[in-house]
Write a protein of this length. Structure first.
Length: 108
């Protein structure tokens, strides 16, 4: 049986719209995440397009725009110790806020 034309045309659109809707449904407050990132992460990272760049770690904008950066990858990263980073112990709310902020930096 041949697929109907509307399935071929509209299914990819449905996937894209669903992904955008999921991004809007993230828990966390991006403004609180930005405040946290500026205070804690800004010691080593450029936190936004503008601002001081300590030049120690990668730009958080570049991290956000990397194709592999997703909510899940950020959650895994934030709970995994890294030898070159301080061992941050974020609360669940801080984690949600930082992830929401970082994903808001993704370019369209």
């Amino acid at each position: 049986m041949q697929p109907r034309w509307y399935v071929v045309v509209f299914l990819p659109l449905l996937v894209v719209v669903s992904a955008v809707a999921l991004a809007d449904d993230l828990p966390g407050d991006p403004a609180a995440g930005e405040d946290f990132a500026r205070e804690v992460c800004g010691v080593c990272h450029l936190v936004a397009e503008e601002g001081p760049d300590p030049g120690i770690g990668p730009s958080l904008v570049e991290v956000a725009e990397h194709p592999a950066t997703t909510e899940l990858s950020l959650r895994a990263f934030l709970v995994t110790p890294h030898p070159t980073m301080p061992n941050l112990m974020l609360t669940p709310q801080e984690t949600d806020d930082v992830i929401s902020y970082l994903l808001s930096l993704k370019g369209d």
